[in-house]
Design a protein around this ligand. Sequence first.
Ligand SMILES: [Zn+2]
Length: 85
Amino acid sequence: MPIYEFECGECGMRFEELAAAGAAVACPSCGAERSRRLFSAVSPPGRQPRGAGVRSDESRRREREAARQDRMAESRKRRAAGEKP
Ligand SMILES: [Zn+2]
């Protein structure tokens, strides 16, 4: 099953959920089943975020990216240290 992005019709919360096409998905924030499936599952870069739910999604994404950069820097450092005579 594909992961779709939904927007709650009650509170505006955005969330991603595994769902069959046409299935009603309850909002994880308020429990309303008035969520609507957004057109694309993954937000393209540069799309204007709107709503608090989107902003928290954005910060989560930025945290993941920062963690990835950290891991890369760490492995680079380790490699550099190992190659020293
Ligand atoms: Zn909601």
